[in-house]
Design a binder for this molecule. Structure first.
Ligand code: GA4
Length: 326
């Protein structure tokens, strides 16, 4: 394995994290064993209570995970000038410190890709990186599809592919992200003095499927506004409920606010598959979930309209606010 050398991020004005993970007796993050018959009920409970859960027995071959991890590590070890050949993130490409178009920054470098287009990869051996990406993304997409079908089953909605078909559609606007957080020597973790790797935000899509190496940093916000650290587990995946699923369930599920804080000693590498619908898709509460005279909490909008608005927002903004009925 290639060891990441000097951080590619040099001059940087730190964004200090003023709200450390505070929960005194943090609840345990729900763990869903996908091989168990009652997993759909656990998924619903976790989506309602946390908007977040960990999955085990997920069926994604470890070999695909390790292969992509080593390709990504190799990519991020390249000189900056090489990585930049991938193109600036507009929004897809290689990005360094700057996140999105509106002034957000973090202690992170990343590669942001569309899942259904061949990426322009600047590495020694782009073919081997491409194969690793395709194998990993196909396996994760399959698992995400199973999870969305369990969500439909658990909510007793039919057909069971009502959610999964959106991400299985050829036109699905799904995105894949590789994030590398170099060690941040200035962090004094014992003093709760954290530097932000990736600022707090909710994900826009239906669900996101995250996997990282064994370095800590991910935190989620609980419903009471406190933050808890998510212990890393490189054998498992973590699922985030996104804004679109919040709307489709008319607020029964809430998208989870999360962030990443820098680690003083170790590199963190994460890979996230964001399951998005086609751009033309109307995002609205699923009719079968609306009981009696229940009204939608949201105005009607398409995924394209949401995205257009999202790209004018800052990371920490509440992007659904513009679509809420008053
Ligand atoms: C947050 C979740 C995903 O990483 C992402 C991000 C996107 C980007 O990096 O281009 C955004 C951000 C994310 C939401 C608001 C806008 C767009 C940066 C930003 C400030 C790829 C996504 O889909 O939305």
């Amino acid at each position: 394995m290639v060891i990441l050398s000097k951080p590619a991020i040099e001059q940087f004005s730190y964004i200090r994290n003023k709200q450390p993970a505070t929960a005194l007796f943090p609840p345990l993050i729900p763990i869903v064993d996908l091989s168990k018959p009652d997993s759909k009920h656990q998924i619903i409970k976790a989506c309602e209570e946390f908007g977040f859960f960990k999955v085990i027995n997920h069926g994604v071959p470890m070999e695909f995970i390790s292969r992509l991890e080593s390709e990504a590590t190799e990519f991020f070890s390249l000189p900056l000038s090489e990585k930049e050949k991938t193109g600036q993130p507009k929004p897809y490409g290689y990005g360094n410190k700057r996140i999105g178009p509106n002034g957000d920054v973090g202690w992170v470098e990343y590669l942001l890709l569309m899942t259904n287009q061949d990426p322009n990869l600047a590495t020694e051996n782009p073919e081997s990186f491409r194969v690793a990406l395709n194998n990993y993304m196909a396996a994760v997409k399959k698992m995400a599809c199973e999870i969305l079908e369990m969500v439909a089953d658990g909510l007793k909605i039919q057909p069971r592919n009502v959610l999964s078909k959106l991400m299985m559609d050829e036109q699905s606007d799904s995105v894949f992200r590789l994030n590398h957080y170099p060690p941040c020597p200035d962090v004094v973790q014992s003093l709760n003095d954290n530097v932000i790797g990736f600022g707090e935000h909710t994900d826009p899509q239906i669900i996101s499927v995250l996997r990282s190496n064994n370095t800590s940093g991910l935190q989620i916000s609980l419903r009471d506004g406190s933050w808890i650290s998510v212990p890393p587990d490189h054998h498992s995946f973590f699922i985030n409920v996104g804004d679109s699923l919040q709307v489709m369930t008319n607020g029964r599920f809430k998208s989870v606010k999360h962030r990443v804080v820098a680690n003083s000693a170790k590199s963190r590498l994460s890979m996230i598959y964001f399951c998005g619908p086609p751009l033309s898709e109307k995002i609205a509460p699923l009719p079968c979930l609306m009981r009696g005279d229940q009204q939608s909490l949201y105005k009607e909008f398409t995924w394209f309209e949401y995205k257009r608005s999202a790209y004018t927002s800052r990371l920490a903004d509440n992007r659904l606010m513009h679509f809420e009925k008053i």
